[in-house]
Design a protein. Structure first.
Length: 285
């Protein structure tokens, strides 16, 4: 397996591995180490995986997280199918981490391209380590110890009247959950910025005006190109990203069919400053 960094802060291109085949323990450990080091891995020159192969691959790294909301094209509950032609405003064209409304947001995701438009449909990824580190010491100190509410209200409002997702009433009425604004990665122990546009509703302990101001400041801050890497897809490309420290943005600039297959893997709650991380990775099955 060959791992080549794409940018200084985030992303690596991975070749010399066949994801349609079962991985042995050494390969799983190598991929996991590369993920923790590079945050997002681009597996190129892959064959499209069947749902069963995709499920087997994901289970090498974590249990599969069955989404509470699914697209109308999804058949296997473990494998989300994103079948889009006109994706503007359908939820992925904003900077976000996946499902942070949960007490234990996903550890990561494996997304593969099965059909692509002739042009467009790139995906961008941003390092929340870099976003935190780019804040001034004064801003780091200001936000440390602060928490923010993450909830489903934005997703429900954004997707209202659109046919892409099936959203159960139980999700639409879910109470928000508070996570630290500055979190600690549970494996690496590194500090990261932990708010995103899709799920973060407000900063705790502030007036609405204060919360709106400082939350918007942080949401604008994460958009810096210095934190980002951009991937132009080819059919078969598989991307594995660490949802605990990465946000992503799907560019909605196409009007022909784009068919993607995605599995989300279970994680753990973001750690607050001072909590001890689990520095040893979970052993591969």
């Amino acid at each position: 397996m060959k791992v080549e960094k794409v940018t200084a802060r985030i992303g690596a291109r991975v070749s010399g591995i066949d994801l349609t085949q079962p991985l042995d323990g050494a390969a799983v450990a190598e991929v996991r180490a590369a993920l923790l080091d590079n945050l997002v891995l681009f597996f190129v020159e892959q064959k499209p995986l069947t749902p069963e192969q995709h499920i087997r691959l994901a289970r090498h790294f974590a249990e599969i997280d069955i989404p509470e909301f699914r697209t109308t094209a999804t058949v296997h509950p473990e494998v989300m199918v994103l079948d889009q032609v006109n994706p503007k405003g359908q939820g992925s064209d904003s900077w976000h981490a996946d499902n942070t409304y949960l007490e234990e947001p996903p550890m990561g995701a494996l997304l593969q391209a099965h059909q692509l438009p002739p042009i467009g449909g790139d995906t961008l990824f941003a390092s929340m380590y870099a976003a935190y580190e780019a804040l001034s010491p004064a801003m780091q100190a200001f936000f440390e110890g602060m928490t923010a509410k993450h909830g489903t209200a934005k997703l429900v409002e954004r997707t209202k009247g659109k046919a892409l997702y099936k959203i159960p009433d139980s999700l639409a009425n879910r109470e928000p959950f508070s996570h630290p604004v500055i979190a600690v990665h549970p494996e690496t122990g590194r500090k990261l910025l932990n708010v995103n546009n899709n799920w973060t509703i407000s900063l705790d302990g502030m007036t609405k005006a204060e919360s709106d101001h400082w939350l918007q400041f942080l949401l604008d801050h994460v958009k810096s190109p210095e934190f980002q890497v951009r991937h132009r897809w080819s059919v078969g490309d598989m991307i594995f990203w660490d949802n605990r420290c990465v946000q992503h943005y799907a560019v909605a600039d196409y009007t022909e069919r784009r068919l993607m297959q995605r599995i989300v893997m279970s994680g753990s709650r973001p750690l607050a400053i001072g909590e001890k991380p689990q520095l040893e990775a979970v052993a591969a099955e």
